[in-house]
Design a binder for this molecule. Structure first.
Ligand SMILES: C[S@@+](CC[C@H](N)C(=O)[O-])C[C@H]1O[C@@H](n2cnc3c(N)ncnc32)[C@H](O)[C@@H]1O
Length: 233
């Protein structure tokens, strides 16, 4: 995110913690309805680059991952829409929203009647955003989960994952894990617009959506996105 000049001028800046991530999120975003899921409002950023830069400045670090939590990604929007339109998928169930980002899918699951939703994300800003967004939508029983749950099985009845096929290594690990969870009987649902590392041949497509997205982040204004499940083993 930073030019080499900026990097060298920041070499003496020690990494630090943002004292109040919730205050940072409130200052850098504003609550807005999600285009495909207007019944959910999220603290969203207008543009990616300024908030990315300000995160790096605040933390005194460079090369951070993008602020995924400040956007509603196409895969998450499609999966949230699908869950709200088919509440029987989650109603009364214990649900994991893996790679939750803003918490959009977790919030949709709770609004659709899930008993309890764990919203797992390894990014501490995402977990602060999940808490704020859950509160904004009155979605109690959505719990931001700080542990790296990838590879674990904590008995979830439903596992949801929006937009997780954007990095090769991550996708390889995630899909092997999701297939194992499905094989033991968990209901696994994935929202994805066909990112580079989506293993389509191992998935079945259940539904399709045209998702309004930002041209700053994507290659079109409407991203053709599907809801998938692992093929039975
Ligand atoms: C493209 S965003 C998708 C966010 C959200 N599901 C959506 O669709 O809007 C991917 C998210 O995966 C998270 N992530 C990456 N590796 C992870 C891991 N091992 N465990 C949990 N979350 C992870 C990132 O921090 C990021 O928030």
């Amino acid at each position: 995110m930073s030019s080499p000049d900026e990097e060298s001028s920041r070499d003496d800046v020690s990494p630090r913690r943002i004292e109040d991530p919730a205050a940072f999120i409130r200052a850098e975003t504003r609550p807005r309805p999600v285009p495909l899921v207007p019944e959910v409002r999220l603290y969203l950023a207008d543009e990616a680059v300024p908030i990315w830069q300000r995160t790096e400045e605040e933390l005194g670090e460079i090369g951070l991952p993008p602020p995924f939590w400040a956007f509603a990604w196409a895969g998450g929007q499609a999966l949230a829409r699908h869950v709200l339109d088919h509440p029987e998928i989650v109603a009364g169930k214990r649900v994991l929203d893996f790679a939750s980002g803003s918490g959009l899918v977790a919030i949709a699951a709770r609004l659709a009647g899930a008993r309890a939703v764990e919203a797992a994300d390894i990014d501490s800003f995402a977990r602060a955003a999940i808490a704020l967004n859950a509160e904004l939508n009155g979605a109690d029983a959505v719990t931001p989960c700080p542990d790296d749950v990838l590879g674990r099985d904590e008995g979830w009845e439903v596992v949801l994952a929006g937009d997780i096929a954007y990095e090769r290594d991550l996708a390889a690990r995630v899909f092997a894990w999701l297939e194992a969870l499905a094989a033991r009987g968990a209901q696994v649902w994935i929202g994805d617009p066909g990112r580079s590392y989506l293993p389509r041949e191992r998935l079945e497509k259940l539904a399709e959506y045209g998702v309004p997205v930002s041209r700053e982040l994507e290659d079109s204004e409407i991203k053709h996105t599907a809801v998938w499940r692992p093929k039975p083993a």
